[in-house]
Design a protein around this ligand. Structure first.
Ligand code: F0G
Length: 471
């Protein structure tokens, strides 16, 4: 049901709420440690939420990756795993589901998203190439760099401004691509790295009009478009809600049409596909498929399992059928909005519009007195854990890493703490508790000091870096 229909019903009958299109059949107990225990756990984890033990966490909003609750049908499908080394029945189910709903021709399973990023980067990038993308993602850019490419940000400027309310802040700025083409030549640009629901921008969507226009532009220059389809369902929901001509289209139709403007996709099945592990690469060009199939046996596993068990592939195939249901997509995004609206009501600074998979707290406005080199977003994630055992994630200067040429910190415009909502896992009451904890940390903001980094790993430092409290 669309928001406008709900509103009309509300006017007719008084209050009407939406609710999740599922009920809970199995539960997993959780509990909050005492304040002393949380302080000890946070110090032992070097104030990095990635280094906490999950048992020490109360409400786990670190990520929506691999944290979904599977349905009864997916669990039943797990029992039908065909654990053959080659040609598992479940691979063919997965292949059919991707072909039907995303529309790509050749499917190569991988152990998770970055396995597919590795294959596509190696298959398409020649050292010295440029890879334009609508904002970087950590693992995506690293694989592009390891393959010898240089990432170039081509997202619209509005995306770097947390208070700008552009409805499609994930859009590509076509003039930025054109100037890159003019500068380096189209033959140095193998593909555009396009992501739906741009993670680092705050879960912001790309419009159908933008991908259409992008296709027209790149066709003139013989450049391909490869899609990071990880969170395309939420992107499809925003198109359905906000874009003229799509209000009456189903999520499944929107997804199919969007993918049709691209040449292939890589996927972290741990998000949209509603499973705990898995990924895939899907391409239309048989030559690219052949290159990727040659590599998958080196890095992942045979081309009919790519690092996944048969049962995992079955769960992905079934998850794809569930994720395209309109009510699923709507309730997913509405839960995030419920949390976001509570925070906005209390004037807590978050990225707007509210995105598709998470609330992004704007740590620069939250802690204006903490300089970026003292890691405000990392500080905020640590403070939330200390307050209530709620686990969130830094998406700012730590995640951005160092410039490979100068070795200096990159200073991203966005310094965010991501409060990420797993799919079908937490209730509205959990969202209330989270909002109240954020409010409590906000009320203490002036007294809060930043962090000092005391250990920094070489790659993807945000996962394993360690910090100490300043003062
Ligand atoms: N692309 C996007 C947009 C992602 O968000 C992720 C993972 C990947 C690719 C890589 O997939 O984890 O299956 O290897 N994002 C997780 C997150 C880690 O928490 O945002 P993966």
């Amino acid at each position: 049901m669309t928001d406008s229909k709900i509103k009309t019903m509300g006017q007719q009958f008084g209050r009407r709420s939406w609710a999740e299109p599922w009920k809970i059949k199995m539960v997993e107990p959780i509990h909050m440690l005492t304040q002393e225990e949380r302080q000890k756990a946070a110090a032992e984890a070097g104030y990095n939420t990635f280094l906490l033990r999950s048992e020490d966490v109360y409400i786990d909003l670190l990520t929506d990756s691999g944290t979904s609750a599977m349905s009864d049908r997916q669990w039943a499908g797990m029992m039908l795993g065909d654990e053959a080394y080659a040609g598992s029945r479940n691979f063919y189910h997965l292949e059919e589901a991707i072909q039907q709903y995303y529309g790509y021709k050749h499917i190569i399973p991988t152990h998770q998203g970055r396995g597919a990023e590795h294959l596509i980067s190696k298959a398409l990038i020649t050292p010295g190439d440029y890879i334009p993308g609508n904002m970087y993602f950590t693992t995506t850019r690293l694989h592009q760099e390891l393959a010898g490419g240089t990432f170039v940000d081509i997202i619209i400027d509005e995306a770097h401004n947390p208070v700008n309310r552009h409805p499609f802040k994930g859009n590509v700025d076509l003039s930025k691509i054109q100037s890159l083409i003019d500068r380096v030549g189209a033959d140095k640009i193998p593909y555009i790295s396009l992501a739906g629901t741009v993670n680092m921008a705050g879960g912001q969507p790309v419009s159908m009009a933008n991908v259409k226009a992008l296709r027209e532009l790149v066709d003139k220059h013989g450049i391909c478009i490869y899609l990071d389809a990880t969170r395309m369902i939420e992107n499809a929901f925003f198109i359905q809600e906000r874009e003229e001509g799509y209000h009456d289209k189903h999520i499944a139709e929107i997804l199919f049409e969007f993918c049709n403007y691209t040449d292939g996709a890589w996927m972290s099945a741990k998000k949209d596909n509603l499973v705990n592990i898995g990924g895939w690469l899907a391409v239309n060009d048989p030559k690219v498929a052949e290159r990727a199939r040659n590599m998958v046996v080196v890095y992942e596993g045979l081309h009919t399992y790519g690092g996944m068990a048969g049962r995992d592939m079955e769960a992905v195939a079934l998850g794809i059928k569930e994720m395209v249901q309109d009510e699923h997509a709507a309730s997913r995004v509405r839960q995030i909005r419920y949390l976001g609206k509570l925070l906005l009501d209390w004037e807590i600074p978050i990225v707007e519009p509210i995105g598709g998979h998470a609330i992004f707290l704007d740590a620069k406005r939250f802690y204006p007195h903490i300089p970026q080199d003292e890691f405000p977003a990392q500080t905020l994630a640590a403070q939330l854990y200390l307050d209530s055992g709620v686990r969130t994630m830094e998406r700012g200067i730590v995640s951005a890493g160092r410039d490979p040429e100068t070795g200096n910190h990159r200073h991203p415009a966005l310094e965010l703490t991501r409060v990420t909502i797993p799919r079908r896992v937490y209730t509205q009451a959990h969202m209330d508790v989270v909002a109240e904890s954020i409010k409590a940390v906000y009320d203490e903001r002036e007294k809060t000091k930043g962090l000092k980094m005391v250990y920094e790993p070489e790659y993807l430092r945000f996962f394993q870096a360690r910090f100490e409290l300043i003062g």
